[in-house]
Design a protein around this ligand. Structure first.
Ligand code: ZN
Length: 170
């Protein structure tokens, strides 16, 4: 038998949010559960349980101890990580317009182009979507393609899809 490797030793290179990662929580009383939820972080932090993860490989799988809970929490957005997401925890200065190439401007989701004048960058759409939900009431689609482009005139422009009824000009 082997000892689990250290996920913390890999820092941000450990793919915490990999879909196929299997998280295992071992409670103090020996109860074992697997899966993933936000409460596991709190339990692990308080010493109520320990977290492990099986990282599946093509030919064999390795078990890791989730021994850097801060890294784990940042990866899952349990605590905000400005460096990883490119997004400060502030009210973003957003300007946007409907994508001029949108073929269905009356569909339930419409493509918009937006710019961030506050200096933030969108490296993590899930975090940006959550922030825009809180700040503007937008329902940003996170399951579909999004992108960005850069031009000297306009700087960085992001294309995302937002539920039309949640888009209101202020
Ligand atoms: Zn910002």
């Amino acid at each position: 038998m082997k000892t689990p490797r250290s996920a913390g030793a890999l820092k941000a290179d450990f793919p915490y949010t990999l879909q196929t990662m299997c998280y295992v929580e071992v409670h103090q009383d020996g109860t074992v559960r697997f899966g993933h939820d936000g409460d596991a972080y709190e339990r692990a932090r308080s010493g109520e349980s320990r977290l492990f993860a099986v990282w599946p490989g093509e030919w064999s799988s390795d078990m890791f101890a989730i021994d850097d809970l801060d890294e784990y929490a940042r990866a899952f957005g349990i605590v905000h990580d400005e460096k990883r997401t490119g997004l400060a925890a502030h009210q973003h200065d957003v300007t946007w317009r409907t994508d001029p190439h949108e073929s269905k401007p009356n569909g339930s989701y419409v493509g918009i182009e937006l710019r961030l004048a506050c200096g933030c960058e969108v490296n993590d759409l899930a975090t940006f979507a959550r922030q825009m939900g809180e700040q503007q009431g937008w329902d940003v689609a996170t399951s579909r393609g999004w992108g960005s482009r850069w031009s000297a005139a306009e700087g960085k422009t992001y294309s995302v899809r937002v539920r039309r009824t949640t888009l209101r000009r202020r």
